[in-house]
Design a protein around this ligand. Structure first.
Ligand code: AMP
Length: 441
């Protein structure tokens, strides 16, 4: 019960209004130490209730204070605008019986309007790192000198998007004597450790449901595809025959997201929305709202655009392109099967993606169900021979080694790999905000 936490009665009232009856695992584990002022390093994923796990201790602390100083007292950093919006909305809901205010500092919105809102002295700031730094650079807009709690949410994704230096800079602009709460869906890489070392002080490590945890409520299937045209036919079939409700289709690029949006819109029975980083902020907001409100619909999205969105009641997740890592896979499929309902996640796997798919299977230590759509069986049915690892035999042509032309090409490729493709200090994210296609360690 939430009453165990000794939370302010206005917060208990807010929880009651939201009909949260009992705390989730991450809330049980994180709220008491966060209320005691400890720094935390929490491994928990979207959907676990992690937002309330950091918002409630912040609100509780602010409610204990009698005076309201002339600067914000809590800063929450989010990798994407959509997640930032979601956090702000969760704060408003939890704080509905208080006078506490949270303001957004995110890209894609008018800088001056934001600066004016900041002058009204909100208690909490929810920000994306880039825009927060712009306001800090402007000098007068964002005063972090009274920050008591800094939250770094979805820290692993933040770093994948190239924000690690920005996060460190922002953390060092906050007072040293603050509390820092870091949330990540995975244990993360060396980069995350570096941020943790810079931003956290003697943190408590709480590992809850790392995304490698099994996802038994989700049926996970793969369907072999010949090529993109074959995938499009399979996708249309699945959306018409499989999903009476809501579905998300993930692509690796915004170009493909736009293409599928066009292809699927040709079917009048489907309500199709598209979400990617190149879309105007207003369009993105509208697409999310409409998709959420409707009883059915198809959202075509890239990973980053869909990151952090709390879209529940999804019946189906389709990977049109195989995600680039096991963690990305889990972030995608974790959107279905929420709240005890069984969901289905289907990956369409072209020949060049088969090995990636099996490496994701190994990472998750599970085998996906192989499935065939009878009416749409293609010529590719998976590799004829597989190694013990599950990878296709002969994926590398041994004869290449003898061929001088192939040898030269290999040497060129290797040399190119050694060269850094991004200038030192540059933000490593493509124009639609996608992480570069590299596997995480
Ligand atoms: P989050 O992981 O913070 O994105 O939360 C996922 C969803 O769970 C959101 O829709 C929250 O409103 C909801 N939620 C969070 N905490 C609770 C709770 N204790 N009981 C029921 N629902 C919750």
């Amino acid at each position: 019960m939430f009453t165990e936490f000794n939370l302010h009665e206005r917060l208990l009232k807010g929880l009651e209004a939201l009909e949260y009856q009992k705390p989730t695992e991450v809330q049980k584990a994180a709220i008491p130490p966060a209320m005691a002022g400890d720094d935390l390093y929490v491994i928990a994923q979207t959907g676990s209730g992690k937002t309330a796990a950091f918002v409630l201790p912040i609100l509780n602390r602010l409610l204990q204070e009698e005076t309201q100083p002339q600067a914000p007292r809590a800063l929450i950093l989010s990798p994407t605008r959509e997640l930032a919006r979601q956090i702000q909305s969760d704060i408003q809901n939890l704080a509905r019986f208080t006078f506490l205010k949270a303001e957004l500092v995110i890209g894609g919105e008018d800088f001056k309007v934001q600066a004016a809102k900041l002058r009204k002295n909100p208690d909490i700031i929810v920000a994306t790192p880039g825009r927060a730094l712009e306001h800090l650079g402007a000098g007068v807009n964002l005063d972090l000198s009274l920050i008591q709690t800094l939250v770094i949410d979805e820290a692993d994704r933040m770093l994948d998007m190239g924000f690690s230096e920005d996060v460190i800079k922002i953390a060092s602009a906050c007072p040293e004597a603050r509390q820092t709460l870091l949330f990540s869906a995975t244990k993360g890489s060396a980069g995350l450790q570096r941020v943790a070392e810079n931003a956290l002080r003697d943190p408590r490590w709480l590992e809850l449901d790392s995304v490698r945890d099994d996802t038994p409520a989700i049926k996970q299937q793969v369907i072999a595809s010949d090529d993109n045209a074959h995938k499009e036919a399979q996708l249309k079939w699945l959306l018409t025959n499989e999903s009476p409700g809501k579905a998300i289709v993930f692509t690796n690029t915004r170009v493909m997201a736009d293409r599928l949006n066009g292809v699927l819109r040709a079917n009048e029975a489907l309500r199709v929305y598209v979400l990617h980083g190149e879309k105007d902020q207003k369009d993105r907001k509208l697409a999310i709202e409409r998709f959420k409100q409707g009883a059915s619909g198809v959202l075509v999205a890239t990973d980053v655009a869909a990151r952090g969105l709390d879209i529940s009641e999804l019946d189906l997740v389709i990977n049109f392109d195989m995600p680039r890592s096991g963690d990305d896979y889990l972030h995608r499929v974790g959107r279905t099967g929420r709240a005890g309902a069984e969901g289905v996640a289907i990956s369409l796997v072209a020949p060049h993606e088969w090995n990636l798919m099996t490496s994701i299977e190994r990472y998750l230590r599970r085998q996906f169900e192989r499935r065939v759509i009878k009416d749409l069986e293609g010529s590719y049915k998976g590799p004829k021979k597989v190694k013990a690892s599950g990878k296709a035999v002969g994926s590398k042509n041994k004869n290449d080694k003898k061929d001088p032309k192939a040898k030269k090409a290999r040497a060129k490729k290797l040399a190119a790999r050694k060269k850094p493709s991004v200038p030192k200090g540059a933000v490593v994210a493509s124009s639609d905000g996608l992480a570069p296609p590299k596997r995480r360690s």
